[in-house]
Write a new protein. Sequence first.
Length: 151
Amino acid sequence: MIEAPVNIEDMTLSVKQEVRVRASIETTFAALLEQLGPLNERPDGTAMPLKLEAWPGGRWFRDLGDGNGHFWGNVQAIKRPTLLEMTGPLFMSYPVANNVQYRLREENGETVIEFQHAGFGLILEDHRKGVSVGWGYIHEQVRKRAETQRS
């Protein structure tokens, strides 16, 4: 059972992270799409592949086969290789709305990823505590993948 929040601060979630990647913006964007999609995994290394249809309105979801799965969101905006924005419940199976935004830019021979996750709703405390760690892990995997593949 979900316990109702007491005040507005309990109903909001805000995570901002910046990642510097020693790879081109194109390589970094491709690594981001791979990590958020088929190469996604939990911080403990357990594979958790997702499907990310990288076009406006495209779905982001976990396909468990036989018509089963979990809807994470929709691509709200995409402008290759500088913007990816998605909205939806993400990993939260309760009344909530989330917006996840990646803005990429080149700076001094690196790609800078500016990440923001804003959520509103009945956010569970466990999710509030773990979300920064989870995103941090994903972003570190993106950095490693892009730097390994850089052109």
